[in-house]
Design a binder for this molecule. Structure first.
Ligand code: TXA
Ligand code: MG
Length: 318
């Protein structure tokens, strides 16, 4: 399957209504013309994604917001001005130009400006925004390299635009308004603390049960590797599963472990941004190795640590 850096070619395919994998700073996306219902239906089919799970619309510039959305709360505009292009998605009232299939029938559309030079150049060649979910089969781990996209979906799409490894490595943070509250629906690459700094208090609504799911990214089982993952205190887990061949996902300074344990240190120097950028790559790698189980330390519940814990909880055996 062709992987390449030909932005012009990607644009031609997209103009013809094809679906192309694109790099972003968060994870790779499976992109198509957001205004073309048939193309959007193709995206759902390729991902094997249920139709109730809406897609994010990617635009090139904040000025394009009013093409797809209206009546946007000032605080969301402020956040966009501050953090876009970047790992922020806002949920806003949609205009009728956005087909219902994109939003799964909702009156709100999710919009973001990806911070990747190739994809911004690509958007500049198009006169439509790109609907793009993460480029993984439904409920699997989001890809952070073009090669991972190829392994997962390579036989289903005509082109993968290769922009290297995603720098953030976690999906965007999704923010909307309910009543007067600023609500975070998905913890992601933009830390909640950064959002609070701009808009004051926020309500976090990223449920870990399957009750009252408002955005389907809140589904309890999500981002899951095929191997069983246990999350908690590594000392206890290492002891409990001492008879298993295991991968240990950790961070910062760690002691050596016994022979049955392969250590995946996401950031030896304890940098949470570096750890986030290495998480999905480690999970992919481990899933293809011969380990029997994965154990992971809970990360400090602050900054990007929250988003990492969120992904690990959803990936874990429940
Ligand atoms: O970083 C990202 O956001 C990546 C890159 C490719 O941009 N995209 C991504 O898309 O993670 P996806 O489809 O895997 O996750 C989008 C999440 C889903 O949980 C979906 O339910 C939620 O956004 N979402 C999208 N549109 C929505 C809407 N209109 N209302 C509520 N939730 C929405
Ligand atoms: Mg996804």
């Amino acid at each position: 399957m062709p992987i390449g850096k030909d932005i012009q070619y990607a644009a031609e395919l997209l103009k013809k209504g094809e679906v192309v994998a694109i790099p972003t700073e968060t994870v790779y996306g499976l992109a198509g013309n957001a205004f073309n219902k048939v193309t959007v239906a193709k995206i759902f089919a390729i991902k094997n994604r249920p139709a109730f799970n809406p897609l994010i619309v990617h635009i090139k510039h904040i000025e394009d917001l009013n093409i797809v959305a209206q009546n946007i709360d000032d605080r969301l505009i402020l956040l966009m001005k501050k953090f876009s292009p970047g790992p922020l998605t806002i949920l806003v009232e949609k205009k009728s130009i956005v087909p219902d299939i994109v939003t799964a029938g909702s009156s709100r559309v999710a919009v973001r400006i990806p911070a990747h030079p190739m994809t911004l150049s690509l958007l500049n060649l198009l006169d439509f925004p790109l609907a793009a979910p993460s480029a993984n089969p439904f409920q699997y781990i989001s890809p952070v390299t073009a090669q991972q996209v190829e392994e997962q979906l390579g036989d289903k799409i005509p082109y993968i635009l290769d922009g290297g490894k995603c720098s953030v490595g976690l999906e965007s943070t999704i923010v909307g308004i309910e009543g007067y509250d600023v609500v975070v629906y998905r913890l992601g690459g933009l830390p909640v603390e950064d959002i609070k700094n701009i808009v004051g208090n926020v309500v976090i609504k990223t449920k870990l049960d399957n009750q009252n799911v408002e955005t389907p990214g809140q589904l309890k089982k999500h981002y899951a590797p095929k191997k069983p993952l246990f999350l908690g205190n590594s000392k206890e887990l290492l002891h409990q599963y001492a008879d298993k061949k295991m991968a240990w996902i950790t961070f910062g300074k760690v002691e050596n472990a016994s022979e049955n344990v392969q250590i995946f240190n996401l950031s030896e120097k304890g940098d949470i941004y570096e750890a986030a950028s290495n998480l999905f790559e480690a999970l992919y790698f481990i899933d293809q190795s011969d380990v029997e189980i994965i154990i992971a330390d809970t990360f400090p519940e602050e900054g990007l640590g929250r988003a990492i814990n969120d992904r690990l909880k959803r990936a874990a055996v429940q």
